[in-house]
Ligand binder design. Structure first.
Ligand code: G6P
Ligand code: 1S3
Length: 701
């Protein structure tokens, strides 16, 4: 069914199993998300980076549904005239329900079609809809949940209209996260024939409990989750999440660790695990990536000169840039551990008499009143000094030329004039007037006193003093290229750094280390992240490829901090040549994270949802059930860096229900060594889930 205005309503079906036509019609796919055409967090990256492969597979039979946000729509969305099948549906939405739907394309690679629904056009229905959905229990005033309810009814009505106006087509709706999934609950309640998938990208309680200090992965089985949610005033949200998981034809999460947690928190095993990918071309600069590192590192050097020089100097050529970045969740994102390890590293470097400087950036948004004057001044001093030096050099050039063209060699007295010296002295004097300690935070914080990062720095006494080998820059705002201090967008900034540190306690996937990997930047993560577990299965020796994994699952916090310190210390011992080689090895892992590979798990989830929603009609001669269409091959070519010798042993699939890294294992079929264990293990996982209709919870190698 054509959703686009520019294609005919019936486009040739692709050969892919999940998007193939049935005898009577086509499969039409919708992704429904709160972050469609609006960046809030990681789900935006999932939907945006996945768009090209999905459009490629489904062509005009793919669209996304999200809420309409006028501010972001201005840059993310371009309206289109609806095609012959979308048009009556959009008209009906207005005529029957007064719901205003904007149709157009999302301005990202692949240009997928989007239906953005105006929440305001139905806000007056909130009371009625909330009662219909949740009449059984109280719901506190909660704007986000209220908007989710309105969006849920609107999106369900839109999908219902599509399914009813095109009964020959099969509809498949994939809902991401609880904010967008109420529509799923309604489709089931209204018995609309649409296959549904629900993906939780994190569980509400998982996030809350870990941020509140609960040892989630060891204690969750002893907790009553409904009670825990009520205690925190989020029962209504938790209910939406749990009901969506239970009502979906197929329930999925982004990693095994989140599948493990979902089983207890949401009371359903994940059917398929959908690891998050990236669109590689955006990152892959082939052999260029090392040059880009040098280029953007120079921009960081320039910032560091402005920020620190005058207070004191250090050798930029002997400086390492490390960073952490992400949503502002001090404990969940492991910032506490990162800072403790930096304090340890500082001591180790001081004790060893090292002259190396580590500049550690923390890029995490917080409430601020713009940049602080001292940080801006530092940059303007340096810019002024550079301008002065450049103009002196220019006039020196003129004088040299003048003298030479008159057939004589210029004398050293003529070269640098008295007034030039005065100008230079003035600039040096201005620089020397700076206060003794360079700022730690680049902005004026609204709540400096209660900021957990600043309080932690006070506790460990990392104040950017001259004798500290580790300096801190806390930039409480996301980066962009118009930034007056660090004029780089995030990707450029990452390229310029040497090492990312993301030792999260709660991290269902973790795009930050994945982005580092595809940009050829080594990173330290924790074994509680989906990303680390995914990489660990595919690589015999992740550390040798720049994927350092800290144990936060089975070790005490102090032991984990010591491990982060050890990795940082080891990294600081590498010389330039070794760092260059390590970056090369890291970058070669990119292929593992390409949507071209990981998109296949989505296809499998879709095929399973379709089979469950539209079971094949029983035949008289049923000897064996018809197999669910599966991607022709789930094995991935090994990335160049993964020689067969680096693959230590055949994959082992865990079949116990509650184990991450426990020992109740069963050997899977032996795979050829050329097949990556991660992928083959996933294949086993998938085939077992497809054939048994139960989930295997975790895979290890
Ligand atoms: C890249 C560039 C080299 C540069 C090096 C610096 O490899 O191509 O020209 O010397 O980066 O590496 P470093 O780890 O010291 O920043
Ligand atoms: C979630 O976003 P977050 O940073 O709140 O979803 C992301 C996309 O699946 C995932 O990468 C991340 O770990 C989750 O935590």
């Amino acid at each position: 069914t054509g959703l686009s205005s520019s294609t005919s309503s019936m486009e040739a079906p692709t050969t892919s199993s999940s998007s193939s036509s049935s005898s009577s019609g086509h499969t039409v796919l919708f992704d429904i998300g709160w972050e469609v055409a609006k960046k809030v967090g990681g789900i935006y990256t999932v939907l945006k980076s996945k768009a090209p492969v999905t459009v490629d597979e489904y062509k005009s039979r793919y669209a996304l549904i999200g809420p309409y946000n006028p501010e972001t729509a201005a840059t993310e969305f371009e309206p289109l005239i609806p095609g012959p099948l979308s048009s009556p549906v959009i008209d009906n939405m207005m005529k029957k329900y007064g719901i205003h739907v904007h149709f157009g394309k999302w301005l990202v690679e692949g240009y997928p079609k989007v239906f953005l629904i105006d929440l305001q056009s139905s806000m007056h229905k909130l009371g009625e809809w909330r009662w219909d959905l949740m009449s059984g229990f109280e719901q506190p005033g909660d704007t986000e949940a209220n908007e989710s309810i309105v969006f849920g009814y609107q999106s369900a009505l839109l999908l219902k209209e599509f399914a009813e106006s095109n009964p020959n087509d099969k509809y498949l709706a994939h809902f991401h996260e609880w904010q967008s999934s109420i529509g799923l609950i309604l489709l089931k309640k209204w018995k609309i024939p649409i296959a549904t998938i629900f993906t939780t990208h994190a569980t509400l309680l998982g996030r809350y409990l870990s941020a509140g200090g609960v040892d989630l992965y060891n204690q969750m089985q002893y907790l009553n989750m409904d009670y825990e949610a009520s205690k925190r005033g989020i029962y209504h949200r938790h209910w939406i999440e749990k009901k969506s998981a239970s009502d979906a034809n197929v329930f999925t999460t982004v990693s095994e660790i989140t599948a493990f947690e979902s089983e207890t928190i949401l009371s359903r095993k994940a059917d398929v695990i959908l690891p998050n990918g990236l669109k590689l071309d955006q990152f892959t600069a082939l052999h260029e990536f090392q040059n880009l590192h040098a280029k953007y590192k120079n921009v960081l050097h320039e910032f560091v000169r402005g920020h620190f020089y005058g207070h004191f100097d250090f050798e930029l050529d002997n400086t390492i840039y490390v960073f952490t970045a992400g949503r502002s969740e001090y404990f969940n994102k492991g910032v506490d551990m990162f800072l403790d390890a930096l304090a340890n590293l500082n001591k180790l470097l001081q004790q060893s008499g090292s002259t190396m400087t580590i500049v550690a950036f923390i890029i995490m948004p917080s409430k601020t009143n713009n940049f602080n004057v001292e940080s801006l001044k530092g940059q303007s001093y340096l810019k002024d000094m550079r301008r002065t030096c450049n103009s002196i050099v220019e006039s020196m050039g003129d004088r040299i030329f003048e003298a030479t063209s008159h057939g004589r060699i210029i004398s050293s007295d003529e070269l640098l004039k008295q007034e030039d010296l005065v100008m230079l002295k003035r600039r040096i004097f201005a620089l020397k007037q700076r206060p003794s300690l360079p700022p730690i935070v680049t902005h004026n914080m609204v709540d400096d006193v209660n900021d957990p990062i600043l309080n932690h720095l006070r506790k460990i006494k990392l104040f950017n003093s001259q004798e500290d080998r580790v300096k801190i820059i806390y930039h409480p705002e996301f980066l962009n290229s118009t930034n007056p201090l660090i004029p780089l967008d995030y990707t450029e900034f990452v390229r310029g750094c040497h090492l990312g540190v993301f030792v999260s306690y709660y991290e269902p996937w973790g795009y930050t280390p994945a982005e580092c990997t595809v940009l050829g930047v080594p990173s330290i993560t924790s074994n509680l992240t989906g990303f680390a577990n995914f990489m660990k299965r595919g690589l015999a020796d992740p550390e040798s490829k720049g994927i350092y994994i800290v144990d936060r699952r089975f070790k005490s916090p102090q032991e984990s901090v010591d491990q982060v310190t050890e990795y940082l210390w080891k990294f600081c011992q590498l010389d330039r040549r070794q760092r260059i080689e390590l970056r090369n090895r890291t970058e070669k892992l990119s292929e593992l994270l390409d949507w071209k590979t990981l998109g296949k798990f989505y296809s499998t989830a879709r095929a399973l949802a379709l089979e469950r929603a539209f079971p094949p009609a029983p035949t008289t001669n049923v000897r064996s059930p018809s197999p669910i269409p599966r991607p022709s091959s789930l094995s991935t070519p090994s990335p160049l860096s993964t020689s067969s010798s680096s693959i230590s042993k055949p994959p082992v699939v865990l079949v116990s229900n509650n184990s991450i890294g426990t020992n109740s294992t069963v050997e899977a079929t032996k795979e050829p060594l050329s097949t990556l264990p991660s992928q083959s293990a996933f294949t086993s996982l998938l085939s077992s889930s497809l054939s048994n209709k139960t989930t295997t919870t975790a895979v290890t190698s």
